[in-house]
Design a protein around this ligand. Structure first.
Ligand code: 9WO
Length: 243
C-alpha cells in the first residue's frame, strides 16, 4: 500500500496546498501518506543554477537540462524499487483501474516537466512509465501530478470517511455517477425524485444503480463493455429506448 509520494518539481511550493488542505492535507496530517518534493534547482551548478537551456536544433522555448533533473529523480527514487512516472500527453491514459494499481505501490515517484519538456535522454535513462490525464497540453506536469495524487490518496484506508467508500465509487464499478440531491425538496419548481424520500434503502440503491447505468449508456457507452454488469442489468439497459 502507498505510504509516500515523491514529486520531482521546480515548484515545490505548488504542492504545499495539497499538503495542507482538504482530503490530501488530512491524509498527510494523519500520517497515512508522506509527501516530499525534490527540486532539480537544488542540483543545478554554476552561478545561476540554471535548470533549463536552449533546445538543440533551435525552436521556441527552453528544455529542462538533463543533469539537475536526473539528480533530483535519483534522490526521489533512492531507497525504493518503485517505477519513476512521468506526466505527459504522450503517456498511458489514466483511469480508475490504473489509479488502483498506483495506490498499491509503496512509493509514487512523479516527475513534473516544465518549459517545452525534458531532455529525451532523461526519459530514456530514468523514466519507467508515462501517464496522461487527457489529450491536452498543460503549462506544467504539476497539474497532472496533483490529479494523480488526489485520486490515489482517496483510495488509501481511512482517508474517506465511513460514510462513503471509494469502493462504492461509480468509477470503481466502471460506471459514471448517479445524480445527487440535497435540500430543499423543491428548488425553482424542480422536485427531488420521490424514491429518494422513501427511506427504502434497497429501492434507493437500485434507483441509483439504474441512473448510473443510464447515464453511462447515454454519455460514455464505451465504458459499458468493461463495466461489471450482470445479465439482468444488460437486459434492463437494452429495454431502454434511448440508452
Ligand atoms: C508536452 C507535449 C505536447 C504534445 C505531445 C507530447 C507532449 N509532451 C509534453 C510534455 O511532457 N511537456 C512537459 C510537461 C513540459 C510542458 C508541461 N508539461 C505537460 C504535461 N503539459 N501537459 C502535460 C500533461 C500531463 C499529463 N496529462 C496531460 C498533459
Amino acid at each position: 500500500m502507498l505510504t509516500e509520494i515523491h514529486v520531482v518539481t521546480l515548484f515545490p511550493d505548488w504542492f504545499e496546498h495539497l499538503k495542507d488542505v482538504g482530503l490530501t492535507g488530512r491524509a498527510v496530517e494523519e500520517g497515512r501518506v508522506r509527501m516530499r518534493c525534490f527540486n532539480p534547482r537544488e542540483h543545478a551548478d554554476g552561478v545561476h543554477r540554471s535548470v533549463d537551456d536552449r533546445p538543440y536544433g533551435g525552436g521556441p522555448g527552453m528544455v529542462m537540462r538533463p543533469e539537475p533533473l536526473a539528480q533530483a529523480i535519483e534522490a526521489a527514487r533512492a531507497g525504493s524499487a518503485a517505477p519513476v512516472s512521468g506526466l505527459s500527453p504522450q503517456g498511458r491514459p489514466l483511469n480508475q483501474r490504473a489509479v488502483e494499481q498506483l495506490a498499491g505501490r509503496d512509493r509514487l515517484i512523479l516527475v513534473c516537466g516544465r518549459y517545452e519538456g525534458i531532455d529525451e535522454r532523461v526519459n530514456e535513462a530514468l523514466i519507467d512509465e508515462e501517464w496522461s490525464i487527457g489529450d491536452f497540453v498543460l503549462s506544467g506536469g504539476e497539474y497532472a501530478a496533483a490529479a494523480v495524487m488526489d485520486a490515489v490518496i482517496r483510495l488509501l484506508p481511512g482517508v474517506l470517511g465511513h460514510a462513503s467508500s471509494a469502493a462504492q465509487d461509480s468509477f470503481s464499478q466502471g460506471l459514471l455517477d448517479c445524480p445527487h440531491y440535497t435540500r430543499p425538496e423543491t428548488w425553482r419548481e424542480r422536485r427531488v425524485p420521490g424514491v429518494l424520500l422513501t427511506g427504502d434503502h434497497a429501492a434507493i440503491a437500485r434507483w441509483r444503480r439504474e441512473q448510473a447505468l443510464l447515464r453511462t449508456a447515454r454519455r460514455r457507452p464505451d465504458l459499458l463493455e468493461a463495466a461489471e454488469l450482470d445479465d439482468a442489468e444488460r437486459a434492463w439497459l437494452e429495454a431502454w429506448p434511448e440508452s
